[in-house]
Design a protein around this ligand. Structure first.
Ligand SMILES: CC(=O)N[C@H](C=O)[C@@H](O)[C@H](O)[C@H](O)COP(=O)(O)O
Ligand SMILES: C=C(OP(=O)(O)O)C(=O)O
Length: 372
């Protein structure tokens, strides 16, 4: 199945399934290849990795901070992330292997250099993860690459989602999808907020809506499809008990296969179903009911705050700036910063605002440094 056929609305049949290998390969190329093969055997259409250029994605102090966690692959967060990054040659090898298996191969671009990297690799589409959904310059650049985009919306407000759509519209882009997502690992069923899929479909009738899930099990993702999600992304693992932050909320091969078989059995032309019809189809479980309960507007949920604080993007100084300086866009970069600065969605709001304090290059621009 081609993602583009769904994005260009050439078919109203089929759900495109992405196995998010992410960093569950444990930094090992052979494990990554085995995962690609298992994803193919499970019936996926695409395998996805995460691509970062570390100094472009993180500030120096975010990379230097100690990473004390049972999931750490290094003493500092930078060493941990470096351990999990593949080189260009390794990407090429994984891409060639996926192509042999007739599987789409791509990654999320977690900074502007990684966008260039993936465009050079000629991936079939680029994923923008929730951590960059409020990174408006990255979205603008991505919208100009001539490649389809799949954009997640976890840990963001409705205002930010509206802005993503207006950036895409300004670029004349129609080959993109929005993924409903809640950035909590694992996401408790009551926070899955699945009805936001219907809200997104209504609000943006010309945009394909998908679901990137981080909950345990497969029933809630099946419900997402019955609500009309046309793209599904789930983290994938060979063994949930391995070391690593994402394994627990990932699907093992047999579970992923069972999800795909279930999705293939749905009569997509008859969708979307209402919440009570979904419960009738999938069975009456408390978790499903919680996930389908109407919770109102799209907002940043308390369960997403740990992820937003750890991996959300902030405004940082692109060069050292003095107190009294009036900020221009070229003064500001967007990175994961420790401590956090102003959230990335304020990027355009700070133009012309005066700094009340000096700030060094690569340090966060915080709210109390800017005269609003
Ligand atoms: C928001 C976002 O990027 N989330 C990603 C996709 O879901 C995750 O895979 C993170 O990369 C992962 O959880 C980070 O774990 P650690 O911090 O242990 O490397
Ligand atoms: C963070 C990512 O995705 P999501 O926000 O969909 O979990 C990603 O694809 O790297």
């Amino acid at each position: 199945m081609l993602l583009l056929d769904i994005l260009e609305k050439k078919t109203d049949d089929g759900v495109y399934i992405i196995a998010e290998i992410g960093q569950n390969h444990q930094g090992c190329l052979e494990v990554a290849k085995k995962m690609i093969l298992k994803a193919k055997e499970a019936g996926c259409h695409c395998v996805k990795f995460q691509k970062s250029n570390l100094p472009a994605k993180f500030t120096r102090s975010a990379l230097a901070r100690d990473y004390v966690s049972e999931n750490a692959w290094g003493k500092t967060y930078g060493e941990h992330k470096e351990y999990l990054e593949f080189s260009k040659e390794q990407y090429q090898e994984l891409q060639a292997y996926s192509q042999e298996l007739n599987l789409d191969f791509t990654a999320s671009a977690m900074d502007e250099l990684s966008l260039d990297f993936l465009a050079d690799l000629k991936v079939p589409f680029i994923k923008i993860g929730s951590g960059d959904a409020n990174n408006f310059p990255l979205l603008k650049k991505a919208s100009g690459l001539g490649l389809p985009l799949v954009i997640s919306t976890g840990m963001q407000t409705l205002q930010t989602v509206d802005k993503i759509v207006s950036i895409m519209e300004d670029a004349g882009k129609s080959d993109y999808a929005l993924m409903h997502c809640v950035s909590a690992y694992p996401t408790p069923p009551k926070d899955c907020n699945l009805r936001l899929i219907s809200m997104l479909k209504q609000r943006f009738p010309n945009v394909i809506i998908g679901y990137s899930g981080h909950e345990l099990g497969v029933a809630i993702t099946q419900a997402a499809v019955l609500l009309g999600a046309r793209i599904v992304e789930r983290h994938f693992t060979l063994d949930k008990n391995q070391k690593g932050s994402d394994h627990r909320c990932s699907l093992e091969p047999l579970e992923l296969k069972s999800l795909i078989v279930a999705i293939e059995s749905f009569k997509l032309q008859k969708l979307p179903l209402a919440a009570h019809e979904i419960i009738a189809v999938l069975g009456n479980g408390q978790e499903l009911e919680e996930a389908l309960r109407y919770t109102g507007e799209k907002k940043i949920l308390p369960c997403e705050l740990p992820c937003r604080n750890k991996l959300g993007k902030s405004l940082v100084a692109a060069r050292s700036l003095h107190k009294g300086h009036k900020l221009q866009l070229k003064d500001v970069a967007i990175k994961v910063s420790e401590p956090n600065g102003l959230p990335a969605e304020t990027y355009f709001d700070i133009v012309g605002k005066e700094l009340t304090d000096s700030v060094s290059e690569d340090e966060p621009i915080t709210g109390n440094m800017v005269k609003f």
